[in-house]
Design a protein around this ligand. Structure first.
Ligand SMILES: *[C@@H]1O[C@H](CO)[C@@H](O)[C@H](O)[C@H]1NC(C)=O
Ligand SMILES: *[C@@H]1O[C@H](CO)[C@@H](O)[C@H](O)[C@H]1NC(C)=O
Length: 564
């Protein structure tokens, strides 16, 4: 229908029929027998449903039209007014019935047209008209609701049907266990805020001319919850909370607020953004709020503002969330704090890890380089003297290539070199280890009287020593004294802990093919200290060489002449 067309119809058979009304079939509908006759009372509130049992789907809602034919037979479309509302499901609401609301109503949707007669009566015939609205205190249950118009047609027993709201929903259902119909009354065993609504009661009544009418009345039910006496509470954060935000990235500020129950809930919710130079306000209202399921605890509201890109200016901005109800107001301020981007953070972590690794490496390196010194220091101050009570006579047995040997002819060839072995073993070694560090050495030529069997003597002496030191050179490795090394290796394998071998590589040498297998292996495995010094210069006993020798020597407490 276009425009607000008023039509004067002169009788049902009028020749001046509006073409659009004809198209919609409204005039045909006007011709038929009424589908319903409603008797209602002046001053009351009523719903008239177009499609009684079903809810209309949304697409159809705008296709519902209502028309009224007044007693003067004029037909006009019902337009929304203060007291006339057409609901989404097509129901027509008349908020306060007056006598001039009487008439023939036509409701048309898609392929359906309903005709109903509405008769508005005064309440003169009613001995009492029940209350038309009920305010239940939630604590008042169980309670009963009666159809208010029952007294108007005498005491005859009626069969009342109840509906709820404009949707004409069933009053009792599986989910509404607390609601029962009993003896035409609704009984609430418990009350919930969901029970709030407008209840319609219908019953059939025949008037004096035996015409059948549906007597329709409504009763408005409110469940009374006391209004809150508290101002709202901001739940999201406490005052002055800093929210980490990354520059250049979008961010959201959320303000979550709880409001206590109010019958007329009209909250004010605001975000005030106080930039250093400008102030911006965003306001919101009830649309931001959800009613809690029970309804008793009030409303929860969420107001979010979004920043597309956090700028430096935003970091100086104060964000203020304001919430107000009829009792009072509450404010919370937020600030953004700069959050390093993930990449920067990753770099921090990486650098920290690398630094830690470096420190560890440096420590490990230091320990590695100064290990000998550390052990010597430790022994000097903390360690026990391991020589006490082991029944050994010598700290070290010294084995070296002697000048006098069966291979005497070689002496002349290489006299100086061979002499060097002996000088090292008999002069330098004792001068440092005996004189400075109080070790007792066993040098065969010096300490053991000749006589006895050489082989047996060597075995005995080695067993009486804590260490055996071998001065290795080409001459030693090819000479007869190699036997001593071989014997010591065998002995140390037998004696385990009590004998340890130390190799001093005095000069580089080449291992002969004929070297016994056990010696070859020992040369690889045993601790070897290389001599790089000069025999003619003053013995430098603090040099690395002597530190290493002392490291392999037994721990012995003594009055040392030198400090490390
Ligand atoms: C009200 O009472 C009058 C007089 O008794 C009667 O004529 C009228 O029909 C009654 N109305 C209804 C709606 O019962
Ligand atoms: C908020 O409440 C205070 C009192 O607590 C009042 O002075 C102030 O005017 C209120 N603010 C607004 C905007 O109503």
């Amino acid at each position: 229908m276009t425009g607000k067309i008023w039509l004067q119809l002169i009788g049902i058979f009028c020749s001046l029929k509006d073409s659009s009304l004809e198209e919609t079939g409204v005039l045909d509908c006007l011709d038929k027998e009424p589908d319903y006759r409603y008797l209602v009372y002046a001053g009351e509130f009523v719903y008239l449903q177009c499609s009684p049992s079903k809810l209309l789907i949304k697409a159809e809602k705008n296709t519902v039209e209502w028309f009224i034919q007044k007693p003067d037979r004029s037909l006009k479309e019902v337009k929304r007014r203060n007291d006339l509302i057409i609901h989404d499901n097509g129901a027509l609401q008349i908020s306060t019935l007056e006598r001039n609301h009487s008439g023939t109503y036509l409701c048309r949707m898609k392929n359906l047209c309903r005709k109903m007669i509405v008769r508005v009566e005064g309440k003169e015939n009613c001995s009492t008209y029940g209350p038309k609205s009920f305010f239940f205190r939630i604590t008042e249950a169980p309670t009963t609701l009666s159809c208010p118009s029952l007294s108007c047609q005498g005491d005859i027993k009626r069969n009342v049907t109840w509906y709820r709201n404009e949707t004409f929903a069933n009053v009792t259902s599986k989910n509404r266990f607390s609601v029962k119909i009993n003896n035409n009354d609704i009984q609430f065993s418990e009350l919930f805020t969901e029970d709030v609504g407008i209840y319609t009661c219908d019953y059939v009544f025949h008037d004096s001319s035996e015409e059948e009418w549906i007597m329709r009345a409504t009763i408005q039910v409110s469940v009374d919850i006391p209004d809150t006496e508290e101002p709202p509470k901001i739940l999201s954060s406490s005052n002055g909370t800093e929210i980490p935000a990354e520059l250049g990235k979008p961010t959201e500020l959320k303000c979550r607020i709880h409001f206590g129950y109010e019958r007329y809930f009209n909250p004010v919710i605001k975000w005030t953004v106080l930039h250093p130079e400008v102030k911006v306000e965003h306001s919101g209202g009830r649309n931001l709020c959800l009613n809690n399921t029970s309804g008793l605890t009030g409303y929860e509201c969420l107001f979010t503002i979004k920043l597309d890109k956090v700028t430096k200016n935003d970091l100086l901005t104060i964000f203020q969330c304001y919430a107000q109800n009829s009792v009072g107001n509450v404010t919370t301020t937020f600030k953004l704090s700069k959050k390093e981007s993930d990449v920067v953070f990753l770099i921090y972590i990486l650098s920290a890890s690398v630094a830690l690794l470096l420190v560890t490496l440096i420590c490990a390196g230091t320990v590695y380089v100064y290990w000998v010194e550390i052990v010597l220091l430790y022994r000097h101050y903390l360690s026990k003297d391991e020589t006490i009570g082991d029944n050994k006579d010598f700290d070290a047995f010294i084995s070296y290539a002697t000048q006098t040997s069966e291979y005497g002819e070689e002496i002349t060839d290489n006299f100086c070199n061979n002499y060097e072995d002996e000088r090292f073993a008999t002069q330098l070694l004792p001068s440092v280890l005996e004189d400075n560090y109080n070790y007792k050495l066993c040098i065969l030529e010096r300490d053991i009287l000749p006589g006895g069997a050489y082989v047996e003597d060597i075995a005995k002496i080695i067993k009486r020593s804590r260490r055996a030191i071998f001065i290795l050179s080409q001459r030693y490795i090819t000479g007869p004294r190699l036997f001593e090394l071989q014997a010591a290796i065998t002995c140390s394998l037998e004696e385990q802990d009590s004998l340890k071998l130390i190799l001093i590589k005095l000069k580089p040498f080449k291992e002969p093919e004929s070297l016994p297998h056990i010696v070859k292996k020992a040369l690889r495995a045993l601790p070897t200290v290389s001599w790089k010094g000069d025999l003619n210069s003053k013995p430098a006993h603090t040099s690395k060489f002597w530190k290493r020798i002392r490291y392999y020597m037994p721990v012995k407490k003594c009055k040392e002449n030198v400090r490390i």
